[in-house]
Design a protein around this ligand. Structure first.
Ligand code: ZN
Length: 129
């Protein structure tokens, strides 16, 4: 397994981690297989979406914030229930095919670390089998 850290922005933000994941896959030395990108956090997540037009991620974040407001009559005492809810909806891992020791992403796809309770220093785990 390879790991790297991500320093995130405040509140909800998406960070493109495609190149860090690509580097981790090369370091692991597996030419053909499956890459699991895993986020060991409860108020963050990982997803794959368009990396050509930054307004796509901006729209996703805007809609998440509209659907899951910061204040929602939640019970969780820490005050970050909205972040926990967003994290569980998006999910803690993505799986990407590996071919020729590189990520088999589509032309318009990038891998995004999704911060829902930033700013924080986060960790991403990459495993290839
Ligand atoms: Zn919490």
């Amino acid at each position: 397994m390879e790991a790297f850290t991500v320093s995130t922005g405040s509140g909800t933000s998406f960070e493109d981690i495609t190149e860090q994941v690509r580097r981790a896959v090369k370091n692991l030395g597996v030419r053909e297989g499956l890459c699991c990108v895993y986020v060991p956090h409860t108020t963050a997540a990982v997803t794959i979406n368009e990396n050509a037009d930054p307004t796509v991620c901006r729209d996703i974040i805007m809609e998440f914030n509209r659907l899951i407001p910061l204040e929602g009559g939640y019970s969780h005492m820490e005050g970050n229930s909205a972040a926990h809810i967003k994290s569980t909806i998006v999910g803690e891992s993505v799986c990407v095919p590996v071919s020729g020791a590189d990520l088999g992403l589509g032309t318009w796809q990038g891998i995004y670390f999704c911060e829902f309770d930033g700013p924080r220093k986060r960790t991403v785990h990459v495993t290839v089998r």
